[in-house]
Ligand binder design. Structure first.
Ligand SMILES: *[C@@H]1O[C@H](CO)[C@@H](O)[C@H](O)[C@H]1NC(C)=O
Ligand SMILES: *[C@@H]1O[C@H](CO)[C@@H](O)[C@H](O)[C@H]1NC(C)=O
Ligand SMILES: *[C@@H]1O[C@H](CO)[C@@H](O)[C@H](O)[C@H]1NC(C)=O
Ligand SMILES: *[C@@H]1O[C@H](CO)[C@@H](O)[C@H](O)[C@H]1NC(C)=O
Ligand SMILES: *[C@@H]1O[C@H](CO)[C@@H](O)[C@H](O)[C@H]1NC(C)=O
Ligand SMILES: *[C@@H]1O[C@H](CO)[C@@H](O)[C@H](O)[C@H]1NC(C)=O
Ligand SMILES: *[C@@H]1O[C@H](CO)[C@@H](O)[C@H](O)[C@H]1NC(C)=O
Ligand SMILES: *[C@@H]1O[C@H](CO)[C@@H](O)[C@H](O)[C@H]1NC(C)=O
Ligand SMILES: *[C@@H]1O[C@H](CO)[C@@H](O)[C@H](O)[C@H]1NC(C)=O
Length: 455
Protein backbone atom coordinates (compact mmCIF):
# COMPACT_ATOMS: atom_id res chain seq x y z
CA UNK A 1 0.00 0.00 0.00
CA UNK A 2 1.20 3.43 -0.87
CA UNK A 3 1.79 5.51 2.20
CA UNK A 4 1.51 9.22 2.02
CA UNK A 5 4.44 11.35 2.96
CA UNK A 6 4.81 11.66 6.67
CA UNK A 7 5.51 14.81 8.56
CA UNK A 8 7.77 15.57 11.44
CA UNK A 9 7.68 18.80 13.29
CA UNK A 10 10.82 20.78 13.82
CA UNK A 11 10.14 24.13 15.38
CA UNK A 12 12.89 26.60 15.90
CA UNK A 13 12.05 26.96 19.55
CA UNK A 14 14.19 29.93 20.43
CA UNK A 15 12.74 31.92 17.58
CA UNK A 16 9.13 31.14 18.34
CA UNK A 17 9.15 33.37 21.38
CA UNK A 18 8.74 37.05 20.63
CA UNK A 19 12.30 38.21 21.09
CA UNK A 20 13.92 41.57 20.50
CA UNK A 21 12.73 41.67 16.92
CA UNK A 22 9.22 40.81 18.15
CA UNK A 23 8.83 37.74 16.00
CA UNK A 24 5.26 36.50 16.26
CA UNK A 25 4.27 32.83 16.49
CA UNK A 26 2.94 32.65 12.91
CA UNK A 27 6.18 34.17 11.60
CA UNK A 28 8.27 31.23 12.78
CA UNK A 29 8.60 28.92 9.81
CA UNK A 30 7.10 25.48 10.31
CA UNK A 31 9.36 22.79 8.98
CA UNK A 32 7.63 19.46 8.68
CA UNK A 33 10.04 16.64 7.88
CA UNK A 34 8.87 13.16 6.88
CA UNK A 35 8.61 10.62 9.69
CA UNK A 36 10.86 7.64 9.04
CA UNK A 37 8.16 5.08 9.92
CA UNK A 38 4.50 4.76 9.04
CA UNK A 39 1.77 2.24 9.70
CA UNK A 40 -1.82 2.14 8.51
CA UNK A 41 -4.69 1.75 10.94
CA UNK A 42 -5.71 -1.23 8.74
CA UNK A 43 -2.75 -3.16 10.12
CA UNK A 44 -4.43 -3.02 13.52
CA UNK A 45 -7.70 -4.52 12.36
CA UNK A 46 -9.64 -1.31 11.86
CA UNK A 47 -12.76 -1.47 9.66
CA UNK A 48 -13.87 1.70 7.92
CA UNK A 49 -17.56 0.89 7.51
CA UNK A 50 -18.86 3.60 9.84
CA UNK A 51 -20.28 0.92 12.15
CA UNK A 52 -17.43 -1.13 13.56
CA UNK A 53 -15.96 0.42 16.69
CA UNK A 54 -12.23 0.99 16.13
CA UNK A 55 -11.16 2.37 19.51
CA UNK A 56 -8.89 -0.60 20.21
CA UNK A 57 -7.29 -0.39 16.79
CA UNK A 58 -6.37 3.26 17.39
CA UNK A 59 -5.15 2.54 20.93
CA UNK A 60 -3.09 -0.46 19.85
CA UNK A 61 -1.60 1.33 16.85
CA UNK A 62 -0.51 4.27 18.97
CA UNK A 63 0.85 1.97 21.67
CA UNK A 64 2.93 0.24 18.98
CA UNK A 65 4.13 3.57 17.56
CA UNK A 66 5.38 4.67 20.98
CA UNK A 67 8.45 2.51 20.40
CA UNK A 68 9.48 4.80 17.50
CA UNK A 69 9.61 7.91 19.66
CA UNK A 70 13.39 7.85 19.90
CA UNK A 71 13.79 6.85 16.24
CA UNK A 72 12.47 10.04 14.67
CA UNK A 73 8.85 9.25 15.46
CA UNK A 74 6.21 7.66 13.30
CA UNK A 75 3.02 8.23 11.38
CA UNK A 76 -0.35 6.61 11.85
CA UNK A 77 -2.01 6.65 8.44
CA UNK A 78 -5.80 6.63 8.18
CA UNK A 79 -6.98 5.69 4.66
CA UNK A 80 -10.32 6.68 3.09
CA UNK A 81 -13.25 5.21 4.99
CA UNK A 82 -15.51 5.99 7.93
CA UNK A 83 -13.68 5.07 11.09
CA UNK A 84 -15.96 4.97 14.12
CA UNK A 85 -14.12 5.26 17.42
CA UNK A 86 -14.29 6.20 21.09
CA UNK A 87 -11.59 8.21 22.86
CA UNK A 88 -7.92 7.48 22.35
CA UNK A 89 -4.64 9.02 23.49
CA UNK A 90 -1.81 10.15 21.26
CA UNK A 91 1.88 9.77 21.99
CA UNK A 92 4.94 11.97 21.42
CA UNK A 93 6.73 12.21 18.05
CA UNK A 94 3.60 11.07 16.28
CA UNK A 95 1.83 12.21 13.11
CA UNK A 96 -1.80 11.26 12.72
CA UNK A 97 -2.51 11.59 8.98
CA UNK A 98 -6.04 11.47 7.57
CA UNK A 99 -6.09 10.78 3.85
CA UNK A 100 -8.59 12.53 1.59
CA UNK A 101 -11.88 10.73 2.18
CA UNK A 102 -10.88 9.51 5.64
CA UNK A 103 -13.46 10.39 8.27
CA UNK A 104 -12.94 9.71 11.97
CA UNK A 105 -16.39 9.44 13.54
CA UNK A 106 -16.93 9.97 17.26
CA UNK A 107 -19.03 7.28 18.88
CA UNK A 108 -22.47 8.36 20.07
CA UNK A 109 -22.26 6.04 23.08
CA UNK A 110 -21.01 7.99 26.12
CA UNK A 111 -19.47 4.83 27.58
CA UNK A 112 -16.93 4.95 24.73
CA UNK A 113 -15.60 8.25 26.06
CA UNK A 114 -13.59 8.00 29.30
CA UNK A 115 -14.01 10.27 32.29
CA UNK A 116 -11.19 12.59 33.34
CA UNK A 117 -10.43 14.63 36.43
CA UNK A 118 -11.28 18.32 36.08
CA UNK A 119 -8.52 20.60 34.84
CA UNK A 120 -6.74 22.13 37.85
CA UNK A 121 -7.27 25.68 36.54
CA UNK A 122 -11.04 25.09 36.43
CA UNK A 123 -11.57 22.97 39.54
CA UNK A 124 -14.61 21.24 38.03
CA UNK A 125 -16.21 20.53 34.68
CA UNK A 126 -17.34 23.70 32.90
CA UNK A 127 -20.91 22.52 32.46
CA UNK A 128 -21.34 20.25 35.46
CA UNK A 129 -19.44 19.86 38.72
CA UNK A 130 -16.96 17.00 39.00
CA UNK A 131 -15.12 15.15 36.24
CA UNK A 132 -15.63 15.54 32.53
CA UNK A 133 -15.67 13.34 29.45
CA UNK A 134 -12.26 13.02 27.85
CA UNK A 135 -11.99 14.21 24.29
CA UNK A 136 -12.09 12.04 21.19
CA UNK A 137 -8.37 12.55 20.54
CA UNK A 138 -6.25 13.32 23.59
CA UNK A 139 -2.65 14.24 24.30
CA UNK A 140 -1.19 14.48 27.77
CA UNK A 141 2.35 15.73 28.41
CA UNK A 142 3.47 15.14 24.83
CA UNK A 143 5.86 16.81 22.52
CA UNK A 144 6.12 16.90 18.75
CA UNK A 145 2.61 15.88 17.74
CA UNK A 146 1.14 16.54 14.27
CA UNK A 147 -2.53 15.97 13.47
CA UNK A 148 -2.93 16.54 9.77
CA UNK A 149 -3.99 15.10 6.46
CA UNK A 150 -5.17 15.78 2.97
CA UNK A 151 -8.41 17.37 4.14
CA UNK A 152 -9.60 14.30 6.03
CA UNK A 153 -12.47 14.90 8.46
CA UNK A 154 -12.98 14.51 12.18
CA UNK A 155 -16.70 14.31 12.81
CA UNK A 156 -17.87 14.33 16.43
CA UNK A 157 -21.47 13.35 15.55
CA UNK A 158 -22.35 15.80 18.31
CA UNK A 159 -26.13 15.93 17.88
CA UNK A 160 -26.74 13.42 20.69
CA UNK A 161 -24.58 15.47 23.04
CA UNK A 162 -26.42 18.68 22.08
CA UNK A 163 -29.73 16.98 22.89
CA UNK A 164 -28.44 15.75 26.26
CA UNK A 165 -27.12 19.22 27.00
CA UNK A 166 -30.42 20.86 26.08
CA UNK A 167 -32.47 18.36 28.07
CA UNK A 168 -30.14 18.56 31.10
CA UNK A 169 -29.50 14.83 31.01
CA UNK A 170 -25.71 14.93 30.75
CA UNK A 171 -23.88 13.21 33.60
CA UNK A 172 -20.59 15.04 33.00
CA UNK A 173 -19.39 18.06 31.03
CA UNK A 174 -19.32 17.40 27.29
CA UNK A 175 -16.18 16.19 25.49
CA UNK A 176 -14.20 17.97 22.79
CA UNK A 177 -12.74 16.64 19.54
CA UNK A 178 -9.07 17.30 20.32
CA UNK A 179 -7.59 18.20 23.67
CA UNK A 180 -3.86 18.54 24.26
CA UNK A 181 -2.78 19.06 27.85
CA UNK A 182 0.69 20.20 28.98
CA UNK A 183 2.16 19.48 25.57
CA UNK A 184 4.57 21.31 23.33
CA UNK A 185 5.30 21.55 19.62
CA UNK A 186 1.86 20.69 18.38
CA UNK A 187 0.52 21.10 14.82
CA UNK A 188 -3.07 20.69 13.67
CA UNK A 189 -3.45 21.34 9.96
CA UNK A 190 -5.12 20.56 6.65
CA UNK A 191 -8.23 18.95 8.13
CA UNK A 192 -11.97 19.52 8.39
CA UNK A 193 -13.74 19.35 11.76
CA UNK A 194 -17.49 19.00 12.03
CA UNK A 195 -20.11 18.62 14.73
CA UNK A 196 -18.04 18.53 17.87
CA UNK A 197 -19.99 17.77 21.06
CA UNK A 198 -18.50 21.01 22.53
CA UNK A 199 -15.08 22.52 21.62
CA UNK A 200 -13.16 21.41 18.54
CA UNK A 201 -9.56 22.08 19.51
CA UNK A 202 -8.53 22.75 23.11
CA UNK A 203 -4.81 23.23 23.78
CA UNK A 204 -4.42 23.73 27.53
CA UNK A 205 -1.09 24.36 29.34
CA UNK A 206 0.62 23.98 25.95
CA UNK A 207 3.51 25.78 24.21
CA UNK A 208 4.23 26.20 20.52
CA UNK A 209 0.89 25.32 19.02
CA UNK A 210 0.30 25.79 15.29
CA UNK A 211 -3.18 25.49 13.87
CA UNK A 212 -3.10 26.03 10.12
CA UNK A 213 -5.53 25.69 7.27
CA UNK A 214 -8.42 23.90 8.92
CA UNK A 215 -12.11 24.34 8.51
CA UNK A 216 -14.43 23.90 11.47
CA UNK A 217 -18.19 23.90 11.55
CA UNK A 218 -21.28 23.07 13.56
CA UNK A 219 -24.91 24.05 12.99
CA UNK A 220 -26.10 27.47 14.22
CA UNK A 221 -28.40 25.88 16.78
CA UNK A 222 -25.77 23.57 18.31
CA UNK A 223 -25.54 24.74 21.93
CA UNK A 224 -22.25 26.32 23.00
CA UNK A 225 -20.19 24.62 20.33
CA UNK A 226 -16.84 26.38 20.02
CA UNK A 227 -14.07 26.27 17.42
CA UNK A 228 -10.59 26.80 18.86
CA UNK A 229 -9.87 27.53 22.53
CA UNK A 230 -6.25 28.40 23.39
CA UNK A 231 -6.31 28.02 27.17
CA UNK A 232 -3.38 28.81 29.50
CA UNK A 233 -1.10 28.27 26.51
CA UNK A 234 1.71 30.29 24.98
CA UNK A 235 3.19 30.76 21.53
CA UNK A 236 0.08 29.90 19.62
CA UNK A 237 -0.41 30.53 15.90
CA UNK A 238 -3.83 30.16 14.29
CA UNK A 239 -3.85 30.99 10.59
CA UNK A 240 -5.74 30.39 7.36
CA UNK A 241 -8.73 28.84 9.11
CA UNK A 242 -12.42 29.08 8.43
CA UNK A 243 -14.67 28.54 11.44
CA UNK A 244 -18.46 28.72 11.76
CA UNK A 245 -19.96 27.71 15.10
CA UNK A 246 -23.05 27.72 17.26
CA UNK A 247 -21.21 29.75 19.91
CA UNK A 248 -17.70 31.28 19.75
CA UNK A 249 -15.43 30.66 16.76
CA UNK A 250 -12.15 31.42 18.56
CA UNK A 251 -12.01 32.19 22.27
CA UNK A 252 -8.94 32.69 24.47
CA UNK A 253 -9.16 31.52 28.07
CA UNK A 254 -6.94 30.92 31.11
CA UNK A 255 -8.79 29.30 33.99
CA UNK A 256 -11.71 29.96 36.28
CA UNK A 257 -11.74 32.16 39.37
CA UNK A 258 -9.82 30.83 42.42
CA UNK A 259 -8.67 27.74 40.50
CA UNK A 260 -7.29 29.76 37.59
CA UNK A 261 -5.68 32.30 39.93
CA UNK A 262 -3.99 29.51 41.93
CA UNK A 263 -2.82 27.69 38.79
CA UNK A 264 -1.54 30.99 37.43
CA UNK A 265 -0.76 30.04 33.87
CA UNK A 266 -1.53 32.78 31.32
CA UNK A 267 -2.42 32.56 27.67
CA UNK A 268 0.24 34.69 26.04
CA UNK A 269 1.97 35.40 22.77
CA UNK A 270 -0.90 34.41 20.52
CA UNK A 271 -1.01 35.32 16.84
CA UNK A 272 -4.16 34.89 14.78
CA UNK A 273 -4.28 35.88 11.12
CA UNK A 274 -6.15 35.29 7.88
CA UNK A 275 -9.14 33.65 9.51
CA UNK A 276 -12.83 33.77 8.64
CA UNK A 277 -15.02 33.51 11.70
CA UNK A 278 -18.75 33.13 12.20
CA UNK A 279 -20.69 32.69 15.41
CA UNK A 280 -24.44 32.25 15.65
CA UNK A 281 -25.07 32.89 19.33
CA UNK A 282 -21.68 33.91 20.76
CA UNK A 283 -18.85 35.97 19.36
CA UNK A 284 -16.63 35.33 16.36
CA UNK A 285 -13.61 36.30 18.45
CA UNK A 286 -13.78 36.36 22.24
CA UNK A 287 -11.58 36.71 25.31
CA UNK A 288 -12.69 35.07 28.59
CA UNK A 289 -14.83 34.97 30.44
CA UNK A 290 -12.50 32.46 32.15
CA UNK A 291 -9.28 34.50 32.16
CA UNK A 292 -8.06 34.15 35.74
CA UNK A 293 -4.51 33.15 34.75
CA UNK A 294 -4.28 36.23 32.50
CA UNK A 295 -4.34 36.78 28.75
CA UNK A 296 -1.70 39.00 27.17
CA UNK A 297 0.29 39.84 24.10
CA UNK A 298 -2.21 38.86 21.43
CA UNK A 299 -2.07 40.02 17.81
CA UNK A 300 -5.05 39.39 15.57
CA UNK A 301 -4.83 40.62 11.96
CA UNK A 302 -6.47 40.19 8.58
CA UNK A 303 -9.66 38.70 9.85
CA UNK A 304 -13.12 38.49 8.36
CA UNK A 305 -15.96 38.29 10.87
CA UNK A 306 -19.43 37.70 9.46
CA UNK A 307 -23.02 36.66 10.20
CA UNK A 308 -22.42 36.76 13.92
CA UNK A 309 -24.15 37.87 17.06
CA UNK A 310 -20.89 39.34 18.39
CA UNK A 311 -17.81 40.46 16.48
CA UNK A 312 -15.09 40.94 19.10
CA UNK A 313 -15.98 40.52 22.74
CA UNK A 314 -14.07 40.86 26.02
CA UNK A 315 -15.71 39.11 28.96
CA UNK A 316 -14.96 38.98 32.63
CA UNK A 317 -16.54 39.42 36.04
CA UNK A 318 -15.60 40.18 39.64
CA UNK A 319 -13.96 37.13 41.24
CA UNK A 320 -11.95 36.28 38.14
CA UNK A 321 -8.80 38.20 39.04
CA UNK A 322 -6.30 37.95 36.19
CA UNK A 323 -6.02 40.33 33.28
CA UNK A 324 -6.60 40.83 29.58
CA UNK A 325 -3.92 43.20 28.34
CA UNK A 326 -1.78 44.16 25.38
CA UNK A 327 -4.21 43.04 22.72
CA UNK A 328 -4.02 44.37 19.15
CA UNK A 329 -6.79 43.58 16.70
CA UNK A 330 -6.29 45.14 13.30
CA UNK A 331 -7.33 44.91 9.68
CA UNK A 332 -10.79 43.56 10.33
CA UNK A 333 -13.65 43.23 7.91
CA UNK A 334 -17.05 42.80 9.54
CA UNK A 335 -20.34 41.96 7.85
CA UNK A 336 -23.82 41.30 9.23
CA UNK A 337 -22.97 41.55 12.91
CA UNK A 338 -25.28 42.44 15.73
CA UNK A 339 -22.74 43.93 18.17
CA UNK A 340 -19.39 44.78 16.57
CA UNK A 341 -17.43 45.34 19.80
CA UNK A 342 -18.29 44.43 23.33
CA UNK A 343 -16.63 44.45 26.72
CA UNK A 344 -18.44 43.26 29.80
CA UNK A 345 -17.41 43.12 33.43
CA UNK A 346 -20.55 41.23 34.38
CA UNK A 347 -20.20 38.11 32.26
CA UNK A 348 -20.27 34.48 33.30
CA UNK A 349 -20.77 32.48 36.46
CA UNK A 350 -18.52 31.15 39.20
CA UNK A 351 -17.31 27.56 39.68
CA UNK A 352 -18.53 27.50 43.30
CA UNK A 353 -19.05 29.76 46.30
CA UNK A 354 -15.38 29.91 47.21
CA UNK A 355 -14.44 32.59 44.70
CA UNK A 356 -13.07 35.85 46.06
CA UNK A 357 -15.41 38.71 45.06
CA UNK A 358 -12.51 41.12 45.64
CA UNK A 359 -10.39 39.40 42.99
CA UNK A 360 -10.86 42.10 40.35
CA UNK A 361 -9.86 41.49 36.75
CA UNK A 362 -7.84 44.09 34.83
CA UNK A 363 -8.49 45.07 31.22
CA UNK A 364 -5.79 47.29 29.84
CA UNK A 365 -4.30 48.28 26.50
CA UNK A 366 -6.87 46.89 24.13
CA UNK A 367 -6.38 48.25 20.60
CA UNK A 368 -8.93 47.91 17.85
CA UNK A 369 -7.84 49.45 14.60
CA UNK A 370 -8.43 49.51 10.85
CA UNK A 371 -11.91 48.07 10.87
CA UNK A 372 -14.53 48.30 8.15
CA UNK A 373 -17.97 47.01 8.97
CA UNK A 374 -21.20 46.77 7.04
CA UNK A 375 -24.67 45.94 8.27
CA UNK A 376 -23.76 46.34 11.93
CA UNK A 377 -26.66 46.76 14.35
CA UNK A 378 -24.77 48.00 17.43
CA UNK A 379 -21.30 49.48 17.11
CA UNK A 380 -20.17 49.00 20.68
CA UNK A 381 -21.61 47.88 23.98
CA UNK A 382 -19.34 48.39 26.95
CA UNK A 383 -19.87 47.87 30.64
CA UNK A 384 -16.89 48.06 32.94
CA UNK A 385 -16.24 47.34 36.60
CA UNK A 386 -16.46 50.37 38.87
CA UNK A 387 -13.70 49.21 41.24
CA UNK A 388 -11.43 48.27 38.34
CA UNK A 389 -12.14 50.39 35.26
CA UNK A 390 -11.07 48.98 31.90
CA UNK A 391 -8.23 51.26 30.82
CA UNK A 392 -6.59 52.26 27.56
CA UNK A 393 -9.35 50.89 25.40
CA UNK A 394 -8.32 52.30 22.04
CA UNK A 395 -10.22 52.58 18.81
CA UNK A 396 -8.70 53.96 15.68
CA UNK A 397 -9.58 54.02 12.03
CA UNK A 398 -12.88 52.27 12.48
CA UNK A 399 -15.70 52.71 10.04
CA UNK A 400 -18.94 50.92 10.68
CA UNK A 401 -22.07 51.23 8.67
CA UNK A 402 -25.00 50.82 10.95
CA UNK A 403 -28.07 49.08 9.58
CA UNK A 404 -30.70 50.94 11.58
CA UNK A 405 -30.58 53.61 8.90
CA UNK A 406 -31.98 56.15 11.32
CA UNK A 407 -28.86 57.69 12.74
CA UNK A 408 -25.28 58.28 11.75
CA UNK A 409 -24.32 59.24 15.29
CA UNK A 410 -24.81 55.71 16.46
CA UNK A 411 -22.72 55.45 19.59
CA UNK A 412 -23.87 56.71 22.93
CA UNK A 413 -21.30 56.93 25.67
CA UNK A 414 -21.61 57.30 29.35
CA UNK A 415 -19.13 56.55 32.06
CA UNK A 416 -16.53 56.45 29.34
CA UNK A 417 -13.72 58.96 29.15
CA UNK A 418 -10.81 59.49 26.84
CA UNK A 419 -10.50 60.08 23.16
CA UNK A 420 -10.72 58.25 19.89
CA UNK A 421 -9.18 58.78 16.53
CA UNK A 422 -10.68 58.39 13.08
CA UNK A 423 -13.63 56.43 14.24
CA UNK A 424 -16.87 56.56 12.34
CA UNK A 425 -19.46 56.81 13.65
CA UNK A 426 -17.82 59.15 16.16
CA UNK A 427 -18.14 57.24 19.45
CA UNK A 428 -19.57 60.15 21.37
CA UNK A 429 -19.34 63.86 21.74
CA UNK A 430 -17.59 63.56 25.11
CA UNK A 431 -14.75 61.88 23.32
CA UNK A 432 -14.82 64.38 20.51
CA UNK A 433 -14.21 67.28 22.84
CA UNK A 434 -11.13 65.63 24.29
CA UNK A 435 -9.97 64.59 20.86
CA UNK A 436 -7.31 67.30 20.64
CA UNK A 437 -4.56 64.85 21.55
CA UNK A 438 -4.46 62.65 18.51
CA UNK A 439 -1.60 60.47 19.77
CA UNK A 440 -3.95 59.12 22.38
CA UNK A 441 -6.89 57.30 20.89
CA UNK A 442 -8.03 55.67 24.05
CA UNK A 443 -10.71 55.71 26.64
CA UNK A 444 -11.50 54.02 29.86
CA UNK A 445 -14.67 52.17 30.64
CA UNK A 446 -15.37 53.12 34.17
CA UNK A 447 -18.48 51.58 35.51
CA UNK A 448 -21.42 49.43 34.87
CA UNK A 449 -23.14 50.71 31.78
CA UNK A 450 -20.26 52.65 30.40
CA UNK A 451 -21.90 52.23 27.06
CA UNK A 452 -21.55 53.06 23.45
CA UNK A 453 -24.51 51.70 21.59
CA UNK A 454 -26.23 52.38 18.37
CA UNK A 455 -29.35 54.49 18.70
C1 LIG B 1 -5.41 8.45 28.33
O1 LIG B 1 -4.67 9.35 29.14
C2 LIG B 1 -5.33 9.72 30.34
C3 LIG B 1 -4.51 10.81 31.00
O2 LIG B 1 -3.19 10.42 31.11
C4 LIG B 1 -5.49 8.49 31.22
O3 LIG B 1 -6.18 8.84 32.40
C5 LIG B 1 -6.28 7.45 30.44
O4 LIG B 1 -6.35 6.26 31.18
C6 LIG B 1 -5.63 7.15 29.10
N1 LIG B 1 -6.52 6.31 28.33
C7 LIG B 1 -6.09 5.24 27.70
C8 LIG B 1 -7.11 4.45 26.97
O5 LIG B 1 -4.90 4.92 27.70
C1 LIG C 1 -5.05 23.62 2.81
O1 LIG C 1 -5.63 22.34 2.88
C2 LIG C 1 -6.11 21.88 1.62
C3 LIG C 1 -6.77 20.57 1.88
O2 LIG C 1 -7.61 20.69 2.97
C4 LIG C 1 -4.96 21.77 0.65
O3 LIG C 1 -5.47 21.39 -0.60
C5 LIG C 1 -4.26 23.10 0.52
O4 LIG C 1 -3.11 22.97 -0.26
C6 LIG C 1 -3.85 23.60 1.89
N1 LIG C 1 -3.32 24.93 1.79
C7 LIG C 1 -2.21 25.30 2.41
C8 LIG C 1 -1.80 26.73 2.22
O5 LIG C 1 -1.56 24.55 3.12
C1 LIG D 1 -12.45 19.58 2.52
O1 LIG D 1 -13.44 18.65 2.86
C2 LIG D 1 -14.70 19.23 3.15
C3 LIG D 1 -15.60 18.15 3.70
O2 LIG D 1 -15.46 16.97 3.02
C4 LIG D 1 -15.23 19.87 1.86
O3 LIG D 1 -16.47 20.46 2.11
C5 LIG D 1 -14.23 20.93 1.43
O4 LIG D 1 -14.63 21.49 0.20
C6 LIG D 1 -12.84 20.34 1.28
N1 LIG D 1 -11.89 21.42 1.09
C7 LIG D 1 -10.93 21.37 0.17
C8 LIG D 1 -10.02 22.55 0.09
O5 LIG D 1 -10.76 20.41 -0.55
C1 LIG E 1 -26.62 9.40 32.94
O1 LIG E 1 -26.64 8.42 33.95
C2 LIG E 1 -27.87 7.71 34.03
C3 LIG E 1 -27.79 6.81 35.24
O2 LIG E 1 -26.63 6.05 35.22
C4 LIG E 1 -28.08 6.94 32.73
O3 LIG E 1 -29.32 6.26 32.77
C5 LIG E 1 -28.09 7.92 31.58
O4 LIG E 1 -28.18 7.23 30.35
C6 LIG E 1 -26.83 8.76 31.58
N1 LIG E 1 -26.95 9.79 30.56
C7 LIG E 1 -26.04 9.95 29.61
C8 LIG E 1 -26.28 11.02 28.62
O5 LIG E 1 -25.03 9.30 29.55
C1 LIG F 1 -0.88 21.34 4.15
O1 LIG F 1 -0.99 20.73 2.89
C2 LIG F 1 -0.22 21.36 1.90
C3 LIG F 1 -0.57 20.71 0.57
O2 LIG F 1 -0.40 19.34 0.66
C4 LIG F 1 1.25 21.20 2.26
O3 LIG F 1 2.05 21.85 1.32
C5 LIG F 1 1.49 21.85 3.62
O4 LIG F 1 2.81 21.61 4.04
C6 LIG F 1 0.55 21.30 4.65
N1 LIG F 1 0.68 22.15 5.83
C7 LIG F 1 0.77 21.69 7.04
C8 LIG F 1 1.03 22.70 8.12
O5 LIG F 1 0.61 20.54 7.34
C1 LIG G 1 -27.81 42.30 8.36
O1 LIG G 1 -27.33 41.53 9.46
C2 LIG G 1 -28.34 40.81 10.13
C3 LIG G 1 -27.68 40.10 11.29
O2 LIG G 1 -27.14 41.02 12.20
C4 LIG G 1 -29.00 39.82 9.18
O3 LIG G 1 -30.04 39.17 9.84
C5 LIG G 1 -29.52 40.54 7.96
O4 LIG G 1 -30.00 39.59 7.03
C6 LIG G 1 -28.42 41.36 7.33
N1 LIG G 1 -28.96 42.13 6.23
C7 LIG G 1 -28.43 42.08 5.01
C8 LIG G 1 -29.06 42.98 4.01
O5 LIG G 1 -27.50 41.36 4.72
C1 LIG H 1 -7.92 52.29 7.78
O1 LIG H 1 -8.35 50.95 7.69
C2 LIG H 1 -8.50 50.44 6.39
C3 LIG H 1 -8.95 49.01 6.46
O2 LIG H 1 -9.98 48.85 7.34
C4 LIG H 1 -7.18 50.51 5.65
O3 LIG H 1 -7.38 50.11 4.32
C5 LIG H 1 -6.62 51.91 5.70
O4 LIG H 1 -5.32 51.91 5.14
C6 LIG H 1 -6.53 52.40 7.13
N1 LIG H 1 -6.10 53.78 7.15
C7 LIG H 1 -5.04 54.17 7.83
C8 LIG H 1 -4.75 55.61 7.78
O5 LIG H 1 -4.34 53.38 8.46
C1 LIG I 1 -1.17 62.94 24.62
O1 LIG I 1 -1.56 61.91 25.51
C2 LIG I 1 -0.49 61.13 25.96
C3 LIG I 1 -1.05 59.97 26.78
O2 LIG I 1 -2.07 60.43 27.61
C4 LIG I 1 0.47 62.01 26.75
O3 LIG I 1 1.58 61.22 27.16
C5 LIG I 1 0.96 63.13 25.86
O4 LIG I 1 1.76 64.02 26.60
C6 LIG I 1 -0.21 63.90 25.27
N1 LIG I 1 0.27 64.86 24.27
C7 LIG I 1 -0.18 66.10 24.21
C8 LIG I 1 0.38 66.92 23.09
O5 LIG I 1 -1.01 66.52 24.97
C1 LIG J 1 -22.64 55.90 35.33
O1 LIG J 1 -22.09 55.38 36.54
C2 LIG J 1 -22.79 55.83 37.69
C3 LIG J 1 -22.02 55.34 38.89
O2 LIG J 1 -21.84 53.94 38.84
C4 LIG J 1 -24.20 55.25 37.62
O3 LIG J 1 -24.94 55.72 38.76
C5 LIG J 1 -24.88 55.75 36.36
O4 LIG J 1 -26.14 55.14 36.24
C6 LIG J 1 -24.05 55.37 35.14
N1 LIG J 1 -24.65 55.96 33.95
C7 LIG J 1 -25.28 55.20 33.06
C8 LIG J 1 -25.89 55.92 31.92
O5 LIG J 1 -25.32 53.98 33.13
Amino acid sequence: MKMLVVLLLLLSLGDAIGGEDEERPCDSKLQLKPRPHSVSILEFGAVGDGKTLNTLAFQNAIFYLKSFADKGGAQLYVPPGRWLTGSFNLTSHLTLFLEKGAVILGSQDPSHWGILEPLPSYGRGIELPGGRYCSLINGYMLNDVVITGDNGTINGQGSVWWDWFNSHTLNHSRPHLIELVSSKDVVVSNLTFVNSPAYNIHPVYCSNVHIHNISVSAPPESPYTVGIVPDSSDNVCIQDCSIGMGYDAIVLKSGWDEYGIAYGRPTTNVHIRRVQLQSSSGSSLAFGSEMSGGISNVLVEQVHLYNSLGGVQFRTTKGRGGYIKDIVISDVKMENIDVAFGASGQFGSHPDDNFDPNALPVLDHINLQDVIGTNITIAGKFSGIKESPFTSFCLSNISLSINSGSSTNSWVCSNVSGSSESVFPEPCSALKSSYSNSSSACFSIQTLNGIAVAL
